[in-house]
Design a binder for this molecule. Structure first.
Ligand code: GLA
Length: 706
């Protein structure tokens, strides 16, 4: 089994309180959300049979089972769930057991309407969908903890129990609550943070617009107001709301730590989800999990996925993570829901593994006949076994099971993108010089690295940056003096840093750093920005110099103060023609670049290639054909590793290998390959012969000819 509850061998993921998740032994996990309460029991037997056929090794069960497990307050009915767990154990399927608290039963809000969340307009949300709870509600938390205690006690030693899945997608629907309970909690939180109301007034710049508070009792959540609310107030409420969600998670985790200290815990975070700081939550999980739903209608979905997967791996300190949900085909929650064409589900699943995942799970196992998600694809579609999706699901299960040695392997990156959750939140508040979207901006910087085949981490600016030759800071608007010093130390120590516009502008309370822009980065960058000059929606300007091409979105009046000018704005930007658009500043043993606009992708790629070359960061494989992704994972015991090649382009591609290698998915009859041909959506998982499978007794693990 992949999940070893007590082992301390191998590459353990998380070791707090002696609890470890060790992916090293049983291979990659495969399965999906299992919601048996939607089906009559005879269907369960067929489920087990089909799971065996599909190669399912782990399901996450019980996510929405609260109403069935506790049909009235304090009356627990677990008999049916015992049969589910026993059936799964008998079929050799491990369970990532949900704590069942994601959707409270109707009786809870009936008896305690105050547990329902209230939006900024003061509207109390109704039950009847899911996640209808106020994160600060002590009543919700008490009921949740009581259920978790029962559940944990009952299944503590169940042979199917692999790990706990706490809650579900925290903050997916209810990100913030503005009710009176939340207001009181917020005041408590503020008192702890600021001590005195004077401190609060200073931090929030309340001298502006007559907002000075006379006492904490006067402070409310930032509810709907006539115009822009105080941004520092909003920022603190975003922090507070994140901590309230984390409080729900930790309330349940505390029960599990006490009752099942030997069982690892996780929670499935949503991708690029501003309400929940994935870096902060990572410290409280034994293994990190992500839900990821590509949009097949989006151009370059692999780039957005790549960024998110890299963020996930980095948040877990480089350790393997779990893809806990994805769709086998279409979702049903976009305005138009594109299906995954043949081969895409396989390709995108392998992309997750190539970028560090040790599990590939789906939402959901069997497609619902009723309810809100009946048009969301599932591993077993409405049409049952004889469907393209089930055939592809089964084929993928077989393929993942054939390469157990990948589990536990890790990858390293010399480049990193910086992302700070507070800065992201502050950047996207209203009343900025321009509307800016952090994820889109980050993707604009990530894409040239991804397309060049460069391995990349995504780190907060206060991370340990040693080992990274190149850092890229996309629009790091909010930056504390301490973090700015950290970055300065990185550069003076020999690092290479690319900073783009509207970085280093404000402190953690959204107060502009004094002394001119870009505040705490001015000295490091060797320049001054006198005026921001955002561009109109359809405006494009030209860049001239060592970076050529067009740019949009933003420009600014930069005056060098030691930095060298590499490119300037062209004549089509009369106000700033000839003024710096790209600069370079050598500081100590390192170099820092500044980008005062958003270049089009081709120009961005050229700039990134230049910066990368200066930093000495090489791609995983040189000369990759367009649209082919290459990543590496190395085995922890040093016995070799894996090269993943994924063809995201619509055309076949040939890739030359650096040395003879074996494709573990389709071993070539003629022995190791020097070149790989990838069909459109093709995948190859290569290993050096004689290393990766050496321990199995045969250089290729005895697969060839099998
Ligand atoms: C989320 C939820 C699942 C399901 C899927 C549908 O990931 O966790 O319960 O609603 O979305 O895509």
């Amino acid at each position: 089994m992949a999940v070893d509850r007590n082992s301390d061998s191998g590459e353990a993921v998380g070791d707090r309180r002696g609890r470890v998740w060790s992916p090293g032994t049983g291979g990659l996990l495969y399965g999906g959300d299992y919601n048996p309460e939607q089906w009559p029991e005879p269907v369960w037997a067929e489920d087990l049979e089909l799971m065996r056929e599909a190669g399912v090794s782990m399901v996450t069960a019980g996510i929405f089972s609260w109403a069935k497990a506790e049909p009235s307050p304090g009356r627990y009915e677990f008999g049916w769930f015992d049969r589910v767990m026993d059936g799964l154990a008998g079929a050799g399927v491990r369970v990532c057991l949900a704590t069942m608290t994601a959707s409270p039963p109707p009786w809870l809000s009936h008896a305690h309407p105050e547990t329902l969340p209230v939006d900024a307009e003061g509207v109390r949300k109704s039950p009847g969908s899911r996640q209808h709870y106020c994160p600060s509600s002590p009543v919700y938390r008490e009921h949740a903890a009581r259920l978790v205690e029962r559940l944990a006690t009952r299944y503590a030693d169940h042979p199917a129990l692999a790990m706990w899945h706490i809650g579900n997608e925290y903050g997916c629907h209810t990100r913030q609550c503005f009710c009176e309970v939340s207001a009181a909690e917020f005041r408590r939180w503020l008192r702890e943070r600021y001590g005195t109301v004077e401190e609060l007034n200073t931090a929030w710049s309340t001298a502006f617009w007559s907002q000075a508070y006379g006492s904490f009792a006067q402070v409310l959540p930032p509810r709907a107001a006539p115009t822009f609310p105080n941004p520092a107030h909003q920022l603190d409420y975003l922090r507070f709301s994140d901590e309230a969600l984390l409080g729900c998670y930790l309330t349940e985790k505390a029960v599990l730590d006490r009752v099942t200290p030997h069982v690892p815990v996780t929670t499935n975070v949503m991708p690029n989800h501003k309400p929940v700081n994935a870096f902060a939550w990572a410290a409280h999980q034994d293994v990190l999990s992500l839900d990821y739903y590509q949009d097949p209608h989006e151009p370059l979905p692999e780039v957005r996925a790549g960024y998110t997967f890299d963020l996930m791996r980095s948040a877990g300190g480089g350790r393997p993570w779990l893809l806990l949900e994805q769709a086998p085909g279409a979702v049903n929650w976009r305005p138009r829901n594109g299906p995954k064409a043949p081969g895409l589900m396989r390709l995108w699943s392998w992309q997750a593994v190539a970028q560090g995942a040790d599990a590939v799970l789906f939402f959901q196992w069997r497609q619902s006949l009723g309810g809100a998600e009946k048009y969301h694809s599932a591993m077993v579609p409405h049409g049952g076994r004889d469907t393209r999706i089930f055939r592809e699901v089964t084929e993928l299960g077989r393929e993942l099971a054939s390469v157990p040695e990948i589990a536990g392997s890790r990858s390293a990156a010399e480049a990193a993108l910086l992302l700070d959750w507070d800065s992201w939140r502050a950047l996207e508040l209203a009343a900025r010089p321009s509307t800016l979207n952090q994820t889109e901006l980050s993707l604009g910087h990530y894409r040239p690295l991804f397309e060049a085949g460069v391995a990349c981490d995504v780190l907060p600016p206060d991370a340990d940056l040693t080992g990274h030759r190149l850092l890229v800071a996309p629009n790091l608007y909010l930056l504390s003096e301490r973090d700015a010093e950290h970055l300065t130390g990185y550069v003076t120590g020999g690092g290479h840093l690319l900073v783009s516009f509207f970085s280093g502008i404000v402190d953690p309370h959204d107060r502009v750093h004094p002394g001119g822009h870009p505040g705490v980065l001015r000295r490091l960058l060797g320049l001054r920005t006198e005026e921001f000059w955002p561009l109109a929606e359809d405006e494009r300007v030209t860049l001239e110099g060592r970076v050529n091409g067009r740019a949009d979105l933003w420009s600014e009046a930069v005056e060098p103060e030691g930095a060298e000018v590499l490119a300037v704005f062209g004549k089509d930007h009369p106000a700033l023609a000839g003024r710096p658009a790209v600069t370079r500043h050598r500081v100590g043993a390192g170099t820092v670049w500044y980008l005062a606009t958003r270049p089009e992708p081709r120009a961005m790629r050229a700039l990134m290639d230049t910066v990368r070359a200066a930093a000495g960061v090489e791609p995983v494989l040189p000369g990759l054909p367009d649209g082919v992704q290459a990543t590496r994972r190395e085995r922890a015991d040093g016995s070799g590793g894996f090269l993943f090649l994924l063809n995201h382009s619509g055309a076949a591609a040939e890739v030359a290998l650096p040395e003879p290698m074996t494709d573990l998915l389709t071993p070539a009859p003629g022995g190791p390959l020097r070149e790989v041909r990838l069909e459109p959506s093709g995948v190859a998982v290569l290993s050096r012969p004689g290393t990766a499978r050496a321990r199995d007794g045969a250089p290729d693990g005895g697969r060839r000819g099998a």
